[in-house]
Design a protein around this ligand. Structure first.
Ligand code: PHE
Length: 529
């Protein structure tokens, strides 16, 4: 008996499980690294899978043209599945939404905004960053979407904890110099005085102190391991030519002041597996990803402004009722369905999938998030403050300010004036757009001064809970057993997919991995039927 490579791997995977599969793939040179193994393990369905099986690709209706829905149809299309996507909005992408000049936004209460942005700026209202290890990067490569660096951490951006009594924002570099410096001073002193002798050998102590002297840029033993500031904090006058060594930024705050400011509690963010530099963004706007997926699978397969009104599982397929762009009720039947709408929207869509599915769909809690895009007539963050991309973090209700990771040195630019979640997002959502802008500007002036108001040209704000057919930023599960597991299995002829069915909620990678899982499950089912 001879095996194709794919058939062989499938057999190994079925009998030996994922571990054996990856090990075998490694031996075959197909799994370059352990990290990449989970991603390379996905093999798209292909037409040849059907040869000699007597089976054929089926008709599949996909609900939702967000990243999960588009990827589902794209991957199924590779094997010749006949897919139709129903999308309630008049655009593809779902939460992956890039707003440009001329675009209109409508919120649930009917209020509208029209973006007045100039041609060279865009606003990623939803996702704005991707990590190198995410499958999103693989899709960008496959679809020919060019990526560029997204600066998620910038030593020149600020931290401002007003509630901790900070008199003024401090640059990340300064905060790190002070926190690392004083922590190193303390730990060196404790180590040297024998406080850790129960834990450390003499050699350990020596090595630890060597590390701390560099890590904290502190003095030696005769200097009492003292942290006394230095160039790492920054300069009030930069080093120059000839006789100009520069003037280091002072005064250095006391140890007690540094701990009281709470700046150190910000540092862990950039160590997160999903947030650590280097990160990416598509050139020209995040929507390059859904646009490329839609183009690859063919626009004719996507019915926009088509709102799902009922899902009926049938003995031999599924029927989906929807309201089309003209408000007419229409019905569509298919062999199988992949529902990628948000769970809370599915939960209020009539269906016959049973009370357990209904209860499961209603289980996750919906989170809020909001953003405002502020276009400025001048890139003052670059010219006046030497900030080229990156993020300022605050405890103000704007939470964070993002500087653009594109268009450096150009004329105009767009700053994200708030990106907040939870109660802060709800507070902004409750305001009309003009008031959101006013509040964001008032808060942002505490970081950047009057130019933050005076150089503003126009703005657009998004409150994700108020976006029609989306109604939330992302969801959270009380647990990953029960409801979550139930919806990760098909209900009759209906499979589910979306970031909400992954361990990467609020990431496109979660939507893409979930789509791949639904595609794999569905295809195996068709081959086995
Ligand atoms: N992916 C989103 C972001 O990067 C939401 C998120 C934030 C997810 C932080 C995880 C951690 O902003």
């Amino acid at each position: 008996m001879s095996y194709s490579r794919r058939g062989f791997l499938t057999a190994v995977g079925t009998t030996g499980g994922a571990g054996a599969l990856f090990a075998t793939m490694g031996a075959l040179g197909l799994a370059p690294t352990a990290e990449a193994a989970a991603r390379t393990a996905f093999v798209p369905p292909q037409p040849s899978d059907f040869t000699l099986t007597g089976r054929a690709a089926k008709k599949v209706v996909v609900l939702g043209a967000g990243v999960a829905g588009l990827a589902t149809a794209y991957e199924l299309g590779k094997a010749g599945y006949e897919c139709v996507i129903l999308e309630a909005l008049d655009r593809v992408g779902g939460r992956n939404w890039t707003i440009r000049g001329g675009d209109r936004l409508t919120e649930l209460d009917g209020s509208t905004q029209t973006a007045r942005f100039s041609d060279d700026v865009y606003f990623n209202a939803g996702p704005g960053r991707l990590a190198q290890w995410m499958v999103t990067v693989d899709y960008a490569r496959e679809l020919g979407v060019p990526l560029e660096v997204f600066t998620n951490a910038n030593a020149n951006a600020y931290i401002y904890n007003a509630g901790a009594g900070m008199a003024a924002p401090v640059r990340w570099r300064t905060a790190k110099a002070d926190v690392f410096g004083y922590v190193s001073e303390l730990l060196s002193t404790a180590t040297d005085s024998g406080a850790l002798d129960g834990r450390l050998t003499a050699t350990d102590k020596e090595r630890l102190i060597t590390f701390l002297r560099g890590f904290g840029s502190i003095g030696n033993k005769t200097q009492g391991f003292a942290y006394q500031g230095g160039g790492r904090r920054g300069y009030s006058l930069d080093p120059g030519a000839g006789e100009q060594p520069g003037v280091t930024l002072g005064p250095v705050p006391s140890m007690s002041e540094v701990f009281a400011s709470g700046v150190g509690q910000r540092f862990s963010f950039e160590l997160g597996y999903d947030q650590a530099m280097l990160m990416f963004q598509p050139v020209g706007g995040m929507d390059a990803i859904p646009r490329a997926l839609a183009a690859a699978l063919g626009k004719h397969k996507i019915r926009l402004r088509s709102k799902v009104t009922r899902i009926t599982d049938l003995p031999d397929g599924v029927e989906v009722e929807y309201q089309d762009a003209n408000g007419r009720t229409r019905r569509l039947t298919a062999d199988l369905c992949v529902a990628t709408m948000p769970p809370h929207i599915l939960a209020r869509t009539p269906h016959n999938l049973g009370p357990d599915v209904q209860a499961a769909l209603a289980t996750p809690t919906v989170s809020s998030a909001g953003k405002i895009g502020l276009e400025y007539r001048r890139r003052w963050w670059e010219t006046d403050e030497d900030i080229y991309g990156g993020i300022t973090n605050t405890d103000l209700d704007l939470s964070a300010i993002w500087y653009p990771s594109y268009g450096y040195g150009g004329r105009r630019g767009l700053v994200v004036g708030y990106y907040n979640t939870g109660a802060q997002a709800d507070a902004y959502a409750a305001l009309p757009h003009r008031e959101r802008e006013r509040r964001a500007i008032e808060q942002g002036m505490k970081i950047h001064g009057a130019k933050y108001r005076d150089e503003l040209v126009s703005s657009v704000s998004v409150a994700w809970k108020l976006q029609p057919h989306i109604e939330g930023a992302w969801v959270g599960w009380p647990s990953r057993t029960g409801a979550y597991q139930l919806l990760n299995r098909p209900a009759g002829h209906v499979h589910f997919a979306g970031d909400w069915l992954s361990y990467m909620i609020a990431w496109q990678a979660g939507a893409l991995e979930s789509a791949r899982k639904a595609v794999t499950d569905l295809h195996q089912r068709v081959l086995a039927s």
